[in-house]
Ligand binder design. Structure first.
Ligand code: EPU
Length: 481
């Protein structure tokens, strides 16, 4: 769909200036100047700063959204990114071929496949959501140039150590959502008998043998998802029995455990805080389907809720989203679960509510930014506390630029629901912060321009196409266009 199909004021503007018309402000009444006026002049006139970073970001893909359309219809939820990444890494544990289905078509997945190829695995994609990996032979060095693109590549440590008993994985770089230490990963792998040092930017690990033991992975902010994954993947080929206490209970950890079991691993207790792994000598190939992405599902629930629409999510696991569904219901939205489908609609008053993130089954940190956006236009005051990544508030400043009333104090945000948000050029900073901006754009008055959308493409499969099918007025403008 081209933007010409958008409503009258925008369409009129687009006739004279197909790109610059919608850079932040679609309404001629707001701008009070000819539609062909250059972008900078328009933004300057109403006091918005267009920074050099924004100018540079306009050379890349960006998303334009004209807000105010209630979303309606059905949406198919993709496979889980955070399941798929460690599952793909786990295919290194066997020399037999594995077929992984329902893999989301995302840049993070492509980064992981590049790394697996680099490590020597044969990788092919019979179709866009199916990956075949055959790691007949594996190299043990994952270099910085590949690893730096995706923090989740730290989950190569466990399978490489399990298979080769030695590896060298570049330490992943910093992250805008806050510090991402790997001390618990190292502690867990140490307990299995691996010697680990950090040298010249690499985690260097080796072990004569890995042997089972009882270890604990709890940290200051609760359990660790990828840390649990790493220890579990190393322990499946260790000698004896490993008991992981304070293990993460996230559905993605359970999915990885189920995949490992399908390869012949002996694991019990996954989904509880104590996982037991009985080491086996060898794993075999497997054909496995990844679970649905609960965070993508949650994001679409908020998209429906924020536009006061009526949307059914197909083929998800509602039990993975209990905290989010309960929160939406308590805020006044109507939620109906039927088998693997969830319908959300809005036919009454809604009210702001407080929430705090915590490890599963608590409210997911990966839904904090999106739910905060909903609260920013819901009547009342919501106190939002981030307990998993206390610095994960990159979205706040951009939302404030769109008129959200949010006050920060440490890891707590006080959000006062406003009558409306107004469109602005905004900059995506990380995956979930970007999703929050898309949601803000769906409800804002005017046309929002979201820059640096490569962050969104890391974790949402064709989000613009899916939203458009639900009626959203959204367009992707390719780099330089
Ligand atoms: N932590 C430590 N030491 C460690 C590991 C973690 O102190 O060795 C702390 C972290 O700093 C954080 C908390 O423990 O405060 C939880 O971090 P966790 O290790 O669970 O995060 P992760 O495994 O690195 C995964 C997801 C994240 C998601 C978190 C929390 C993947 C690929 N990533 O990260 O997803 O936010 O669990 O649920 O599974 C996203 O998808 O946008 C995303 C960031």
């Amino acid at each position: 769909m081209k933007f010409e199909t958008l409503n009258a004021p925008v369409a009129r503007l687009s006739e004279s200036s197909p790109v610059t018309y919608c850079l932040g402000f679609s309404s001629p009444t707001v701008l009070d100047q000819p539609p062909s006026a250059p972008l900078e002049t328009r933004s300057d006139r109403i006091g918005l700063e267009i920074t050099p970073a924004m100018q540079e970001a306009r050379g890349m893909d960006r998303i334009l959204i004209q807000g105010g359309v209630p979303l309606r219809g059905e949406v198919e939820i993709s496979g889980s990114k955070n399941s798929a990444l460690p599952i793909l890494a786990a295919t290194l544990l066997t020399s037999e071929p594995c077929v992984i289905r329902h893999v989301p078509d995302l840049s993070d997945v492509r980064f992981m496949l590049d790394i697996l190829s680099h490590l020597g695995a044969e990788v092919s994609q019979p179709d866009k959501n199916t990956v075949r990996i055959h790691a007949r032979k594996v190299e043990g060095v994952a270099p910085y140039d590949l690893v730096r693109k995706m923090r989740a590549s730290v989950c190569l440590l466990g399978p490489l150590l399990g298979r080769l008993k030695a590896c060298k994985v570049s330490v992943p770089g910093g992250c805008v959502i806050g510090p991402r230490p790997i001390d618990l990963h190292i502690k867990g792998l140490n307990a299995l008998g691996a010697e680990i040092t950090v040298e010249e930017g690499y985690v260097v690990s080796h072990a004569k043998e890995l042997h089972g033991t009882t270890l604990t992975l709890g940290g200051r902010h609760g359990s660790t998802v990828l840390g649990t994954d790493n220890v579990m993947m190393a322990a499946v080929l260790a000698q004896g029995t490993t008991v992981i206490e304070n293990s993460a209970c996230e559905p993605e950890v359970v999915d990885l455990a189920d995949f490992l079991i399908s390869m012949g691993a002996r694991i019990t207790g996954h989904g509880t805080p104590t996982i037991t792994v009985h080491g086996v000598e060898k794993l075999h190939g497997s054909d496995y389907r990844v679970i649905a992405d609960r965070i993508e599902a949650g994001t679409f629930l908020v998209a429906a809720a924020i536009t006061k629409g009526d949307v059914t999510l197909k083929n998800i696991s509602p039990q993975h989203l209990q905290s989010v569904l309960r929160f939406l219901e308590d805020s006044g939205f109507k939620v109906e679960c039927k088998g693997n489908d969830v319908r959300i609609s809005c036919n009454g008053a809604t009210q702001a509510k407080d929430f705090a993130t915590s490890p599963y089954p608590g409210f997911p940190t990966d839904m904090q930014a999106q739910m905060m956006t909903l609260m920013s236009v819901t009547p009342g005051v919501s106190v939002v506390t981030e307990r998993v990544f206390p610095d994960r508030f990159m979205h706040v400043a951009e939302m404030q630029r769109m008129g959200a009333q949010i006050e920060m104090e440490g890891a707590t945000a006080v959000v006062k629901g406003v009558d409306h948000l107004s469109a602005a050029p905004v900059m995506a900073s990380d995956l979930r912060a970007s999703a929050a901006l898309v949601l803000a754009g769906l409800v804002a008055k005017g046309t929002t321009e979201i820059l640096r959308v490569y962050h969104i493409d890391r974790g949402y499969e064709h989000i613009d196409d899916k939203l458009r099918k639900l009626g959203a007025k959204i367009e992707r403008v390719s780099g330089g266009g």
